[in-house]
Design a protein around this ligand. Structure first.
Ligand code: PSU
Ligand code: MN
Length: 309
């Protein structure tokens, strides 16, 4: 187990790591920047509960007072979700948070980094970042991390606010397998459909665990992106979302919003424009991903870890 002065690993996570028991890492940008209050705290608690109900230990990753925490107590979750000012922590921001003793939510990229350092291989999020439509130079660090950090990332596809074909091209170039869970189609976050394909369809957590083992046993270093479509009852058709996303994107351009602020702006504007419907979908897909990640972690824990990573 790592001993690093900037990491604080919760006692429960230390025990699970020692036992080789299933653990699911959870990101926290969704708590600090992705959702409004009080839904952010409710969601954080519900994500942890869903992971536990499926027999795994949740490890929410976040920065508190400049310390990288792997696993938060309920009191720490409250502190994070109520914090007045928080950083959005991706790779380049860890040192900033450390020297400024800041609180921060880790993005997909940031969470992958911290989880992998700790030895946690399975991670659940809502939707990964990708290539933005507004500017093809705005490419999320999430994609670079998917290329370099050997973890299983469970998501509902890339956020529909993105250029999905370009995002998939980038993942292909970087050698990242894109798994469709019980689907041949790449899900588009709010919608189950995108008209785009995945690189492989797998139908059970066991198959996904076997796939990961095969990939990493070959010495591959990339992540495996598992895309899990939002449940049918909560899915919003692509045709309904497209004009709303176009409107929110046009407003972002007009207001000059870019960089780290763009994704949070688009998510909250889309929630306003759909009168909360997209927010409910976002919450449903996050919980759905937590459950699948826990099942995959369980299937992985039964596997001999032959790969050298
Ligand atoms: N998924 C959600 N809500 C979010 C995010 C993902 O349902 O807020 C966050 C993730 O942490 C992801 C980040 O890493 O948005 C992407 O931000 P950017 O496009 O600036 O890289
Ligand atoms: Mn960006």
């Amino acid at each position: 187990m790592i001993k690093h002065p900037n990491f604080t690993i919760a006692p429960e996570i230390k025990i699970a790591l020692d036992l080789g028991a299933p653990i699911v890492a959870l990101e926290s940008t969704v708590i600090t920047h992705g959702l409004p209050r009080p839904q952010n705290l409710e969601l954080a608690r519900d994500m942890e509960k869903n992971v536990r109900d499926c027999g795994a230990t949740p490890a929410t990753v976040a920065l508190l007072n400049g310390q990288i925490h792997i696993g938060l107590s309920d009191e720490e979750l409250v502190r994070l979700s109520d914090a007045e000012s928080t950083l959005k922590v991706s790779h380049r921001d860890f040192a900033t948070a450390i020297v400024k003793k800041a609180n921060g939510g880790t993005t997909v990229a940031g969470t992958m980094f911290a989880a992998n350092m700790t030895g946690i291989k399975v991670f659940a999020t809502g939707g990964i970042g990708g290539v933005h439509k507004e500017s093809s130079f705005d490419i999320s660090t999430d994609l670079r991390s998917l290329a370099n950090i050997p973890t299983i990332v469970v998501c509902a596809g890339a956020k529909a606010i993105l250029d999905l074909p370009a995002t998939l091209e980038y993942l292909e170039t970087m050698g990242v397998p894109v798994v469709g869970y019980q689907t041949d189609e790449f899900p588009a976050f709010y919608s189950r459909e995108s008209g785009l394909g995945v690189s492989v369809r797998l139908d059970s957590p066991k198959e996904i665990a076997e796939f990961a083992q095969a990939h990493w046993n070959l010495g591959m270093k990339s992540a495996i992106l598992v895309t899990n479509p939002v449940p049918e009852t909560e899915s919003i058709p692509k045709s309904e979302m497209e004009p709303i996303i176009a409107k929110a994107s046009a407003e972002a351009i007009k207001q000059g919003i870019h960089g780290q602020k763009l994704t949070p702006f688009l998510l909250s504007r889309i929630s306003e424009l759909t009168e909360g419907k997209s927010l409910r979908t976002n919450l449903a897909l996050l919980l759905n991903n937590a459950r699948l990640a826990a099942q995959i972690a369980e299937a992985m824990s039964g596997k001999k870890k032959a790969w050298a990573i």
